[in-house]
Design a binder for this molecule. Sequence first.
Ligand SMILES: Cc1ncsc1CCOP(=O)(O)O
Ligand SMILES: C=C1C=NC(C)=NC1=N
Ligand SMILES: [Mg+2]
Length: 210
Amino acid sequence: MDCNRLNVYFIMGTVNCKKDPLKTLEEALQAGITCFQLREKGEGALIGAAYEEFARACQKMCQSYQVPFIVNDDVELALKLNADGIHVGQEDLALSTFREQAKGKIVGVSVHNSREMKQAILNGADYVGIGPIYRTKSKTDAKPPAGLPFLSAMRKQAGNFPIVGIGGITEENASAVRSSGADGVSVISVICHSKDIKQTVENLLLENIN
Ligand SMILES: Cc1ncsc1CCOP(=O)(O)O
Ligand SMILES: C=C1C=NC(C)=NC1=N
Ligand SMILES: [Mg+2]
């Protein structure tokens, strides 16, 4: 996976949005997010036909902006929609099974320590999500904030393997996350709660990509 794709990796579910989630996604895509993950979970999350319909609407929008459409955890839906990839946690299925069913798709894995990262890389992940870097309110069962030193240590171990930082990332701390070794920043609330999504995404983007 081209690590520039991870530059600004927006994650959203209907639960995270105060205003219309599709409008939020459209504005974020127009502003230049480089990757999108549908993460529909938590109290009041869509299920069944409504969930699938929403997912298809998000996918269609991402396609019109040539932005990868990644599905969190739900491998079955990802396969059904022929999504561009999945993102799974440690508890989700073995990557090998997904790999068999979805050749050439993006596979991202959440990791919290060096053993998990080593395993994810060996299992053929395309990138790892490392965090939470800072305190987050968007994931109820998040582990304690790991901080920048942890991210730097993981970068040292990973060589130039694609890494995206996640957890409490804002316009103010995004550059510190990048200089600590992340190829990009993955965010939920800073975009979902933004009053000016265009400005927010611009402030998060690392412009002069080589
Ligand atoms: C999905 C996830 N994994 C670790 S923290 C987190 C939530 C990130 O949300 P926010 O950007 O609002 O802190
Ligand atoms: C938990 C996560 C960690 N990293 C990414 C990119 N997505 C997630 N859902
Ligand atoms: Mg999961």
